[in-house]
Design a binder for this molecule. Structure first.
Ligand SMILES: O=C(O)CCC(=O)C(=O)O
Ligand SMILES: [Fe+2]
Length: 254
């Protein structure tokens, strides 16, 4: 695991061993979404339930209500603080500690805010004024709740964690989530993450990645959590794009 993380910038896809924390979260997701789903027999398994298609494009406020109810739930906290997650981070860190930003993401029909362009996670908080986000260098464990396919997962660029921190631009409704120069993406080095429920991949804070863009409206939801832990001893050295350095200096002046 740690060899892959250090060499490629991300680990292999692996299974996280939960007790019942993930099941608790899956139940909550089903309860919050069930009225939006195609008609179904309630005898089916929980895994099938959270893979059912939506019957139509949900109303705009459904997405924010869903994000709020899951992101503030004790079910999500139980997953974030579970032994399964801690033990996964122990495969790459000696003393993993939880980072402030870990987010549940729902890729539901026609919701564009969940589709992220090429970015490095370090770029998304590099300009933050919150001291608890700066110089922590968390790794991300991208956890699948209901499975992902080539068409709706994420893509990671092998070896990109050895590059500089690129200049990121601001995307409305998201944050600093878009690198300026698309020429930086080496197409031959792209790895498509495909997972079963409860499988995950861990990646480095400098690894370039994006959501697989959607080509048509997908009525199957895709639920994931990006979970972040850091280690005080893990301080990667890297160069920062000159313009991005200037943006950081200016930001600190105001
Ligand atoms: O889930 C996605 O599509 C994007 C996730 C992401 O950028 C992250 O986990 O850092
Ligand atoms: Fe990201």
């Amino acid at each position: 695991m740690i060899e892959d993380f250090q060499k490629n910038g991300f680990t292999k896809v692996f299974k996280v061993n939960f007790d019942d924390e993930l099941t608790g979260l899956q139940k909550l997701i089903y309860n919050v979404t069930k009225n939006q789903l195609i008609e179904h027999n309630t005898d089916i398994s929980l895994e099938e339930k959270i893979n059912l298609k939506f019957k139509e494009i949900p109303k705009e406020n459904f997405f924010s209500d869903l994000m709020n109810s899951i992101n503030t739930s004790s079910e999500l906290k139980n997953v974030l603080n579970s032994k399964g997650i801690l033990n996964s981070f122990k495969l790459i860190f000696n003393n993993p500690e939880p980072f402030d930003i870990s987010t549940f993401r729902a890729r539901i029909p026609n919701q564009k805010r969940t589709i992220y362009k090429w970015h490095q996670d370090e770029g998304t908080w590099h300009l933050s004024k919150n001291p608890s986000h700066i110089n922590k260098f968390p790794a991300t464990l991208w956890l699948s709740i209901n499975g992902t396919f080539e068409s709706d997962g994420i893509q990671l660029v092998r070896y990109s964690h050895k590059e500089k921190l690129h200049n990121h631009s601001f995307v409305k409704g998201q944050g600093y989530f878009n690198i300026k120069n698309k020429k930086e993406i080496n197409e031959d080095k792209i790895f498509n993450v495909v997972t079963k429920p409860s499988e995950a991949v861990m990646f480095h804070p400098l690894t370039l990645h994006r959501s697989v863009p959607s080509t048509s409206i997908n009525f199957r939801p895709r639920y994931t959590i990006d979970i972040r832990y850091f280690d005080k001893e893990f301080k990667p050295k890297f160069n920062v794009d000159l313009l991005f350095q200037i943006k950081r200096k200016l930001k600190n002046l105001f």
